[in-house]
Every structure is written in C-alpha cells, then in structure tokens.
Design a binder for this molecule. Sequence first.
Ligand SMILES: Nc1ncnc2c1ncn2[C@@H]1O[C@H](COP(=O)(O)OP(=O)(O)OP(=O)(O)O)[C@@H](O)[C@H]1O
Length: 357
Amino acid sequence: MSIQIQNVSKAFGSFQALDRINIDIQTGELVALLGPSGSGKTSLLRIIAGLEELDQGAILFDGKDITDVNPKERNVGFVFQHYALFRHMTVFDNVAYGLKVRPRKTRPSKADIQKKVTELLKLVKLENFADRYPSQLSGGQRQRVALARALAVEPKVLLLDEPFGALDAKVRKDLRRWLRKLHDDFHITSIFVTHDQEEALDVADRIVVMNNGKIEQIGSPEEVYDHPNSPFVYDFLGNVNLFKGRIQNGKLKHGSFEADIPELFSQNHEEAIGYVRPHDIQIEKTKISEDAVHTTISHIHIIGPIVQIELKRTDAEEFLEAEVTKEHYHSLQLKVGEQVYVRPKQLKVFIPEDFSI
Ligand SMILES: Nc1ncnc2c1ncn2[C@@H]1O[C@H](COP(=O)(O)OP(=O)(O)OP(=O)(O)O)[C@@H](O)[C@H]1O
C-alpha cells in the first residue's frame, strides 16, 4: 500500500503543529519520522491513522483519498511506546484479540486463529510465553507482543510511535534489528516515529526530518547524514563543528584560516558558517595547508574502536571535536595538552540569512 500525504496542515488553537506536509511513501517502504519533541511527528502519524482530523490537505492510500474514512476501515496497525496490552488477557489472547472481535462474516475459525497466533508468536520468538500475562514479561517482550498483535489483523500499513522508546539501549538495538527483518519479511508499508537519530539511521529506508511542523529534508539515511540541506539537519543528525568566517572570492576565511569551498558562491558574504562532521576533521602535527587551524588537545575519550578528541582553537574561544579510529590515534601518538593543526576534509557552508533555525 502506497501512502501519499498531500499538503497536510493542522493547528491546535493558534499553534501550527503541521504546516503543508507532503510525503510520498512507496509500497513496502520503512520510513522514519525524525525530529525533536514537539516537531509534529505524532500528530502526523495520528492523522495518517485517522485518529486526528486535519485542517487542510489529503491522505491517499494507493491513490485513493481516505481522508474521511473511519480509522477502523483504514486497515492500519499500531504500536505505541506504552502500548497498553490487555492486562487480564494472556499473551495468546492479546494477539488473538483483533481477530476474535471481527464481525462473524470475516472472523476466522477458532482453529485458524489458533494457527495464526501460534505463527505470530513464533515470529516474535514468544511461542513459549503464550500463557503468560503481560505483567510476567519484560518491556522488550511486551513490545514484541504489541507488534504481533498489530500484525495479527494483517494491516496494509503499520504505524509505530516511539515503539522502543521506554527500553534500554541494548534491548532497543535488538528490537530495531528485528523490526527491520520483520518489515522485510512482511513488506508492510511502515512509518515509525522517533527522536533518536541513530535508530532512524539504522532502520529506515528513508528519513523524514521534521522541525516546527515542517519537513526539513527527506532522503535515505546516507543522504540526510552526509548531505544535510540545512544547519538544522546537520545539528540534529549527529555532532558537527562550526567554522565561522566570511566568504571572499570563493573561499571561507577567518584570520589565517582559508578554505576552498566546494559550493559555488559567486558573491562575497560577511558572515558564513562551515559545517564539518567530527570524522571529517583531519589532525596534523604541522601546518600543511591554508585551511588548517592551530589547536591544543583538551580531552581524549576512547570509546571502543573510536577515539573522540576535543581540541581548543588558539585563535578563538571555540572547541572542535574530531573522531578518529583507535589505530590512527595510536599512529599519531596524540596527548592531552599537545598542539596540533586540524583541517576540515569536507565542509559545507551555509549563509546565516538562509538559516531555517
Ligand atoms: N491535542 C492537542 N492539543 C493542543 N496541542 C497539541 C495537541 N496535540 C499536540 N499538540 C501540540 O502540537 C505540537 C506537536 O506535537 P506532536 O505530539 O505531534 O510532536 P512530536 O514531534 O510527536 O513530539 P514528541 O517527540 O514530544 O512526542 C506540540 O507543540 C504539542 O504540544
């Protein structure tokens, strides 16, 4: 089932929660809505489900306008962060619920329900937990029951709102891998809401980055991470270093720092900011180019195979963060207090008046 979100707006009183949202989602895609708290992710998901009315625009499923269709008739499965399983029902009955409450005409036979629920419990690796009650399960197991329950009614669309938000890091990681696999096996068009950039980058086919009720960027995880189209996306998806300066003759300049900028700036600008990811910062013992700045190493954090190096610029009250492999770190023999040069390997420049934040 493909989903088109066309020009959707929604206000709560005078507050514009969603502002002319357009997204085309292909059949079988797994799309993440990513953004800070209050950016409108949940409101959009609820509108797609039919749980919230929109002020303007339309939602199409497979090209058919379903804006006014009742939520129950949209064939949508849901999983929320705190998905309220029925506490008085066993795991089996929770998963079977959606099938049992169907009208007689479309309700599967008892044997078919048994078969289907057993299959789903196997899929979520809870076949030995069928007789337990939700209170006898861990958080991760409960979310797996919630997913099995959502899948039982064979939805054409699966909507997940921070499904793993309340779980610890390790369980989250396991579950999201598993969600990806489930998605690939079932080919259900799925949309999940998260404010966790790592989760979105890890699982989604495409990421919709939202901010203040608007879409900042839509793209594959690689596109939005490696080629952010705004300072907001740079900031929100990972750490970033800022090189402030001015643009003169196609170069970003600040004091003795001069960097060629890949984008074509035909005009000079008094204010410009270069954005550089920590892994795009190169550390050198001597000044080998004009785009190197002099710094002192202030901190070194070794995090497994990655080493984060914090550096203080000599020419400004600013810190930079570099990320190198442990191997490279050992080959450079870096120490706290040491003076080194750093240069941006890849830098994207934005002019402040264009900023959307
Ligand atoms: N029923 C409502 N009445 C009034 N304001 C609302 C209502 N629902 C949401 N809002 C407001 O709309 C904005 C968007 O909310 P929404 O829940 O969609 O954001 P979100 O991106 O999902 O945030 P979070 O990550 O915190 O859940 C927020 O400022 C919120 O306070």
